[in-house]
Design a protein around this ligand. Structure first.
Ligand SMILES: Nc1ncnc2c1ncn2[C@@H]1O[C@H](COP(=O)(O)OP(=O)(O)OP(=O)(O)O)[C@@H](O)[C@H]1O
Ligand SMILES: [Mg+2]
Length: 655
């Protein structure tokens, strides 16, 4: 544990970890903005009606609570099996007038799509696991296009909007039958996002919610915009403060701590632990592993770690099986099979194999109810690859094939299917433990993948081994209904978001400024002469608001002041940048390449009717990192005009 100094929050001393993240060649920023107390309120105070959507990679849930209600409920989304967590799969039907209607969702949508008559495919659009596209490393914006399973292209933000709208309709339908019917606008809405997503993915969710009409009594989405080279317009922002984005692991942590604490309280004598004050949560879902560590201070929470995680979720087990099967039939990506007939139909067979047949076996294995996995192949697939399958399994030990059924032995399931995903998950967890400064010993394992007994057993063993090696003990606990932890926790969080007192920044953020050139500090490459100011300046300076790892307290904002470069300037454009690195001093390198990513901009008019001198025309730029979305605003002191925006702006602000 490298030391970088400490500071106090309440009675706890918190390590300044960004110091240890700095590399040996770290150079401090030339300019750093100041932290000042926040004046505006943070989140809207809720009336008590909260609806939270956990829009997961593989599954969705909706949790809600109403005014005066102490508990959070989850909405039944599949009335057949009374399930409150269903596959994130949607089947839309094209209507005659170009409108689209959600025909089914969840398992029923998948079932219908995979057994649909060929003639019905062209009137339907099917999507599943859409969130896989929105990983941190991928650039997602309002114009990102996705392909449905039949190969048609749509704007991703609109596809998500259809799904959110459908979930909203289900909740409204539920409430329309109650004694006190509630409307959409009676709710504060929450959508959960992985903490490891960057600002762009978060912004995409917010815009999808606007399009879905989640915050209004009217509007909503009924048709797709044809994909073209034109950008989609910025959606209307009605009631933006009625929507908040909750961080998935943080929500799961609130849930886990609350239900486990209740359990302990109800029977303290037999509980294996006392109520912990420091704990780490590992949310292992279908597409992401998301890790967070919380410490309690004076009844509030400090999020102790930088959001960490990776993409080794449960879907990787399905992917690993796909790779093995591709090898057996010797056809990468099953391209030959996919091209052998109507693409929707062949795609439907592939989904059936990996997300119905294999998934069923995988879940049973995960619950430790079976030792091997067997998969029945759809007829068309078995016929197409029959010879290849028979020959292929001979080359692969631990896998057999007989009468259209593939049998995978326990050894192969453990080492080749679950093995890589578990390795990715365990490595990330052990790293998070090593990076953590507190001596926490309680781990909550949640999410569908994390919550299954096989994964719990393996992860528990790995964490215990690392603890025992240091002569310490620990507890790795799966709370009840781990797959609902995120949705339920998100509704709990929204009741009192101020409970989170501080969070670590996931990246370094700042703006671009020009400052007086200092020969002994600045590089000649950036030097230019400002004739009006009769002074040499240094351009492209990264004025840092926040460094990665820095702790942002809920009641703080960060601010800096700028003046126009030239007296004739009537408008200032402030670009906001981020980088995952520390020690970046300039926004571009000496080859002119960007060293940072532009995440948004604010444009503010700066008229000067009284002809004030340039240095008196101050613009205060303030950024608020205390919530789950970054807010930025600029205020021109001369006129008092203020421009606000939320990062990431998927498109430049309208000017
Ligand atoms: N019994 C089980 N055994 C093995 N895996 C399981 C079991 N139950 C669920 N899973 C896996 O857990 C994953 C779904 O978990 P969850 O619903 O938490 O994910 P998600 O929230 O949709 O995804 P993410 O949080 O990554 O966006 C799937 O990959 C599923 O196969
Ligand atoms: Mg999840």
């Amino acid at each position: 544990m490298a030391s970088g100094g400490f500071f106090a929050i309440g009675f706890r001393s918190i390590q300044i970890i960004q110091v240890r993240l700095r590399k040996p060649d770290y150079k401090p920023p030339f300019r750093k903005a100041k932290k000042i107390p926040r004046e505006d309120a943070g989140y809207r105070v809720t009336d008590g009606n909260i609806a939270a959507i956990d829009f997961g990679t593989t599954s969705v849930s909706l949790a809600y609570t109403t005014k005066g209600d102490k508990k959070v409920s989850t909405l039944i989304l599949d009335h057949e099996d009374k399930s409150t967590r269903v596959p994130n799969a949607f089947l839309l039907k094209k209507e005659d007038d170009g409108k689209m209607k959600v025909e089914d969702f969840g398992s029923i949508a998948r079932k219908k799509f995979t057994s649909m008559k060929p003639g019905d495919h062209h009137t339907h659009v099917y999507f599943e696991r859409i969130k896989m596209l929105m990983r941190r490393e991928k650039v997602v914006d309002r114009d990102t296009v996705v392909e449905s399973f039949s190969g048609e292209k749509f704007y991703l933000v609109e596809v998500i909007a259809f799904i959110l709208q459908h979930l909203k309709n289900l909740l409204m339908d539920h409430f329309s039958r109650t004694t006190w019917p509630l409307k959409t606008t009676d709710f504060d809405w929450v959508i959960t996002v992985p903490a490891i997503w960057d600002a762009r993915g978060k912004r995409m969710m917010r815009e999808a919610a606007y399009l879905a009409g989640l915050l209004t009594e009217y509007g909503g989405i009924s048709r797709f915009t044809p994909v073209s080279h034109l950008s989609l317009p910025l959606p209307d922002e009605y009631n933006p403060d009625r929507l908040s984005l909750a961080l998935e692991p943080e929500s799961a942590a609130l849930y886990s701590q609350e239900v486990v604490a209740d359990q302990i309280e109800s029977d303290p004598d037999t509980a294996i632990i006392q109520r912990p004050t420091d704990y780490m949560v590992i949310d292992a879902g279908g597409g992401t592993i998301d890790i967070t560590a919380h410490i309690e201070v004076d009844g509030n929470i400090v999020v102790e770690n930088i959001p960490t995680g990776n993409a080794w979720g449960g879907t990787q087990v399905n992917e690993a099986f796909s790779k093995i099967l591709e090898g057996i039939v010797n056809d990468p990506g099953f391209e030959k099979f996919l091209a052998s007939g109507d693409r929707s139909q062949t795609n439907a067979d592939i989904i059936k194999i990996f997300y119905t047949e294999f998934e069923t076996g995988k879940l049973l294995f995960g619950k430790e109810q079976t030792e091997e996995i067997c998969i029945s192949f759809p007829n068309r697939f078995a016929r197409f690859y029959n010879k290849a399958l028979e020959a292929g399994v001979k080359r692969k030990s631990g896998i057999d094939y007989e009468d259209d059924v593939l049998y995978i032995s326990k050894e192969v399931v453990e080492s080749e299917l679950f093995g890589p995903a578990l390795k990715g998950m365990i490595e990330c967890t052990l790293q998070a433990i090593e990076d953590n400064d507190t001596d926490l010993s309680t781990f909550y394992l949640v999410g569908g993948f994390g919550g299954c007994s096989y994964v719990h057993k393996k992860v528990k063993a790995a964490i215990e081994e690392s603890f025992h090696g240091q002569g310490r003990s620990c507890h790795v606990i799966v709370p009840p209904t781990p797959q609902l932890a995120v949705a339920t926790g998100a509704a709990m969080w929204r009741k009192n978001p101020e409970k989170i007192k501080a969070r670590r920044s996931d990246a370094t953020y700042g703006i671009n400024v020009s400052i007086p050139f200092e020969d002994d500090e600045h590089d000649e490459y950036y030097k230019f002469y400002n004739e009006e100011q009769e002074e040499y300046k240094c351009s492209s300076v990264f004025d840092v608001f926040l460094e990665k790892g820095e702790l942002v307290e809920a009641d703080q904002v960060i601010t800096t002041s700028l003046t126009p470069a030239y007296q004739s300037d009537k408008r200032i454009q402030i670009s906001i940048y981020s980088t995952l690195n520390l020690g970046v001093q300039y926004i571009k390198d000496k080859d002119g390449e960007s060293t940072v990513t532009k995440i948004g901009q604010i444009v503010i008019d700066i008229p000067n009717p009284d002809n004030l001198p340039r240095e008196k025309r101050l613009v205060d730029v303030t950024m608020d990192f205390s919530g789950t979305e970054i807010q930025a605003k600029a205020k021109y002191r001369v006129t008092g005009e203020e421009v606000k925006t939320v990062c990431d702006f998927l498109s430049a602000q309208q000017t």
